[in-house]
Design a protein around this ligand. Sequence first.
Ligand code: 13P
Length: 271
Amino acid sequence: MRVPMMAGNWKMNCDLDEAEALAKGVVEGVGSIEGVAVVLAPPFTALERVANVITGSNVKLSAQNLYWKASGAYTGEVSPKMLTSCGCAYVIVGHSERRGRFGVPEPDMTDDLIRVFGDTDAAVNTKAKAALGTGLTPIICVGETLAEREAGLTDAIVRDQVIAALEGMDAAQINGVILAYEPVWAIGTGKTCESVEANRVIGVVRAAIDWVAGAGAAADITVLYGGSVKPDNVRELVEQPEIDGGLVGGASLKAGSFNELVTVTKEVRGS
Ligand code: 13P
């Protein structure tokens, strides 16, 4: 039985007061909802402040990234244990904005950076394992760029990213991850991947999980869609059988719109 989820990725937005106000708006609106996991991923600096606001509610805390080492001389990085000590239950790993196939940022065809921070598939795998080893649930993101889609590579890219992210994990560990299909061309662009197509690609994600972990393994794993999820398209997305919820950027920055995403998901998918 998969738990539906709506997760807000605030990215590099919200100072402390803004974060507190936004978290309060979510707790007031959907803080006691059941049957849908509600997750907020503020920037590192606001984790503790948001943790204080959500205490006692059903809202859970996520970080947006981590480094895999426990401690040491890694200037600018944050360890898994630092995140659990802030109250995090989840961490986003392998978001396209953090990736870069060759270990360096990748520009798109207009020279905008689409994969900005150079995390390779191997880094994503190491980060996901470090998260699991510390009791954090990794939300592992996969997805193709526009150029990859236009070259007919969507399924191959998504399959390869899933297999690489799960490399070396045992069945119990794989059972503890969440996947998110986020087509890069749909992130922050207002272009949503058509719900039937998102559903189809999430089928590819599930087939890759089964390939690694054995037939049927994917049936219990929550897989989200991300990329311009908004109140006016969330219903048709979560009505799709393979889509268990959303990983949301822009529409998670206003409590009103995020809460609507949660309530629609509860209506359609909640128990
Ligand atoms: P948008 O909802 O702003 O397109 O961002 C999606 C995303 O990247 C969530 O992780």
